[in-house]
Design a protein around this ligand. Structure first.
Ligand code: ADP
Length: 295
């Protein structure tokens, strides 16, 4: 299917929007391509051992990808390269067949929305302001929201169960509510790809499930491509169509859940022993086996 995606991409460059909208095979188009990327942090804080070298990666339309790997394996770096927040030293990144660095920032924001990890201190914007910021790429020079923008913001506030909190400051709500506001900000951008960096880190189990159910619904019903950095192997196992495992800046393994999240692979990547339970009635569950952890 990867080859098919590549050929369709060439057509996409020619016919752009109309082709994407009417093409029944749009699920197999590659939206993002990282081609022979070299990247290393520079400056005083740099970690001299970490680098992405000759790194290749494809994100196809319609996928729900979990990016997993130990701390420092390069998950956030990969996400930041895809958003254009970091620039590679070598190689190129394409978005819908066009070089990422040829896009206007506002046009990238209409295709890719990024939900970062929530910073510890944030300027005390209200919940409404945080969510409304996502419409910025669509505003004209006056900077005022039109009725259509306000309608989209309202719908997303309802969807994220934030309507009763619109006047609260972002620092006055719980971590989970703040997390939902940042996801809401990304959704009002009406993106084709949603990139999330550990979206469940501030969510209790009920909200983790409701957010991931919502992401799955948007993925299946609205063709929103989802790429999320995760630590929770169980959530990844239940919701992802594809798992990318990173280790030391390299792709260790990439594929569907059954081929990637196996005890052998998890042991190799995370250095823990696990047991996996799955049957017709239960979702696949991965259990840590503390007695047999590696030394
Ligand atoms: P992960 O998301 O898998 O935990 P990151 O992509 O955040 O990993 O980081 C990969 C490596 O790059 C780590 O060793 C980290 O210390 C280093 N790193 C991350 N951000 C910076 C930065 N801004 N400057 C220097 N080194 C960084």
């Amino acid at each position: 299917m990867l080859f098919l995606g590549t050929y369709l991409n060439i057509f996409l460059i020619i016919f752009e929007k109309s082709f994407l909208e009417f093409n029944p095979l749009r699920k197999y188009l590659s939206l993002v391509h990282l081609i022979n990327i070299d990247f290393k942090y520079t400056g005083s804080q740099r970690n001299s051992n970490f680098a992405l070298s000759n790194f290749n990666y494809v994100i196809n339309a319609g996928e729900f990808i979990s990016i997993l790997g130990p701390n420092g394996s390069g998950k956030s770096t990969l996400i930041k390269l895809i958003t254009g927040y970091l620039e590679p030293h070598k190689g190129r990144i394409t978005l819908k067949g066009k070089n990422l660095n040829e896009f206007d920032r506002k046009d990238i924001a209409k295709i890719i929305a990024y939900v970062p990890q929530i910073p510890n201190s944030i300027y005390p914007f209200s919940i409404y302001e945080i969510v409304a910021m996502g419409r910025f790429p669509y505003l004209d020079f006056t900077g005022f929201e039109k009725e259509s923008d306000k309608k989209i913001i309202k719908n997303v506030l309802d969807l994220m169960e934030l309507s009763h909190l619109i006047n609260k400051g972002i620092n006055e709500v719980s971590g989970g509510e703040a997390q939902r506001a940042f996801i809401g900000r990304a959704l009002v951008q009406e993106p084709k790809i949603l990139l999330l960096d550990e979206p469940n880190s501030h969510l209790d189990i009920k909200h983790q499930i409701s957010i991931f159910n919502l992401l799955r619904k948007l993925n299946r019903e609205n063709d929103l491509t989802i790429v999320t950095v995760m630590h929770d192997l169980n959530l990844s196992s239940v919701y992802s169509s594809r798992v990318t495992l990173l280790k030391n800046g390299k792709i260790f393994l990439d594929g569907d859940v059954n081929h990637t999240l196996t005890p052998d692979v998890i042991k190799e990547v995370f250095e823990v022993n696990v047991k996996i339970l799955a049957n017709e009635n239960n979702p696949r569950s991965i259990f840590i086996n503390p007695d047999s952890n590696l030394e």
